[in-house]
Design a protein around this ligand. Structure first.
Ligand code: C2O
Ligand code: CU
Ligand code: CU
Length: 491
């Protein structure tokens, strides 16, 4: 094989040839400054339901955290980055005694949970003032898939800022997926990806307007609150990684040196069988469960975040399409970043992968087809804004009215210059086609990337729960700047 230097490697990977390099041992040492791995994969304490009840106190507050040896004043739940992991099963009751000790109003959203969008369940219209307490209470539906969900604040206008402060935690639904023998035998690790921007005193930067338009990103990337986290291949060789992108705007394009990912779940939903991938792209809000076989030479392998260009406001105006994917945005760093290090000491014979996970049936034909156009522009009311069908979000307006227990196709058209991950609350959906090409993979998701200039068609069933909720871009600055709509599910 040909030797390549660092510059050549970067050029190649920028051209999207990262995969070709996958088996090349020679670029092992090409990545510059790399902090020493931090030991311990351990997360904050987790809370499991018992006797059908998950009950806990959750306090949002600013807290001084040690983030990779640096002090950081972050926004936390219970003083922890990431927030405590919650675990429950279908049929369980959840009672969460929430206190807002932030200096701003906030609330909670349960991303991926199929629960009512009303009352004291997944109600993103609640406005909890500083000092206020509120008890969230709901039941995990029997129609809830087992999988990786999460919780985070959702008060329109403050969502990006509060997530960027650190407010996010996993909400794991246990069930069918965990009982599959091969998956059960694997060692489970949770990876929560977050980025932060701090000054020398560990204070959070307030973003400039331009980076808000882009979607704010921080240079400090933490996995489970650690910089270059260490994790280990277990004796039996099979690892199950459950990965969450909890960043407000940053996309992660993950690659583990010399290892494939075998994806078993998209967002909080099982796939029908494992899919081998070399790279895993996670937009904000998305999750993936993957298996990793520890079948390589013993050693250390880096989990890398490869560059991804999600478009830029710099392309606005008269210059036209300068190669749709060619131009670098402000936040586009043409350089892989080490997120974590996988270690193993001896050769192991890896356990086998499951061949079958579940069966997924395609949703029947829709009763209604709608179109949503994503773009940005000037709005007379709020100035520069992100728009859906030409309008920025308004709390007063009902944008979309659907009928409970019906099926709809939503055609989401991105006519702008930046990528937008589109997310719908309460019900998962299936991707039907991208730019008119039928989607080969049948899967349930709750967030789908709609790249700039492209069209994605999804199919959704509004099941079980009536009420008002939202859909939005999960680049949370875009959402805060208007790219959200109110959805009424009518009985
Ligand atoms: Cu995780 Cu409305 O979002
Ligand atoms: Cu959500
Ligand atoms: Cu967006």
């Amino acid at each position: 094989m040909v030797k390549i230097n660092r510059r050549q490697f970067l050029n190649l990977s920028a051209a999207g040839a990262g995969i070709a390099l996958f088996n090349n041992q020679l670029w092992q040492k090409t990545i510059a400054s790399q902090p020493l791995p931090e030991s311990s994969v351990n997360l904050a304490p987790s809370y499991q339901s018992s006797d059908g009840l998950l009950e806990l106190d959750l306090k949002a507050k600013e807290h001084l955290i040690n983030l990779g040896g640096q002090q950081a004043y972050l926004l936390t739940y219970n003083g922890q980055i990431p927030a405590p992991r919650l675990e429950a099963k279908p049929g369980d009751k959840v009672r969460l005694h929430f206190t807002n000790n932030l200096s701003q109003p906030t609330n909670l959203h349960y991303h991926g949970l199929h629960i009512p969008p009303t009352g004291n369940a997944d109600n993103v219209f609640l406005h909890l003032n500083p000092g206020e307490k509120f008890t969230y209470e709901f039941e995990i539906s029997q129609n809830q898939a087992a999988g990786t969900c999460w919780y985070h604040p959702h008060l329109h206008g403050l969502v990006a800022e509060q997530l960027f402060g650190g407010l996010a935690g996993l909400f794991i639904v246990r069930g069918e997926l965990d009982k599959i023998p091969e998956i059960k035998a694997a060692k489970e690790e949770f990876l929560v990806l977050q980025d932060f921007a701090l000054d020398e005193g560990g204070r959070r930067f307030s973003s400039m307007h331009m980076s808000l338009m882009m979607g704010r990103e921080g240079d400090l990337i933490a996995v489970n609150g650690k910089i270059n986290l260490s994790f280990y291949v277990p004796a039996q060789g099979l690892l199950r990684l459950r990965i969450l992108n909890a960043s407000p705007s940053r996309f992660y394009r993950l690659m583990l040196e010399h290892h494939s990912f075998y994806q078993i779940a998209t967002d909080g939903n099982m796939l029908s069988e494992p899919i081998e991938i070399k790279e895993l792209l996670l937009t904000p809000g998305q999750r993936a469960d993957v298996l990793v076989k520890g079948d390589q030479e013993p050693g250390q392998y880096r989990l890398l975040n490869l560059p991804y260009d999600r478009g830029s406001m710099g392309m606005m105006g008269g210059r036209g399409m300068m190669g749709r994917r060619g131009m670098m945005g402000r936040n586009y760093r043409n350089e892989p970043v080490v997120l974590a290090t996988l270690n193993y000491e001896s050769t192991v014979e890896s356990l086998t992968l499951p061949t079958k996970i579940t069966s997924i049936s395609a949703l029947p034909e829709p009763q209604t087809v709608r179109r949503f156009e994503l773009n940005h522009g000037m709005s007379p009311t709020v100035g520069m804004a992100f728009l859906i069908n030409g309008q920025p979000y308004s709390g007063e307006r009902l944008d979309t009215k659907v009928q409970l227990n019906t099926i709809e196709d939503w055609e989401i058209v991105n006519t702008g210059v930046m990528d937008h991950p589109f997310h719908i609350h309460v019900n998962p959906f299936q991707v039907m086609s991208r730019n008119g090409t039928p989607e080969p993979l049948l899967a349930w998701r709750d967030t789908v990337l709609v790249p700039r200039g492209e069209t994605v068609r999804i199919r959704i069933r509004f099941r079980d729960f009536p009420g008002k909720t939202v859909y939005h871009c999960h680049i949370l600055d875009h959402e805060d700047l208007g790219m959200m709509g109110n959805l009424m599910i009518d009985t």
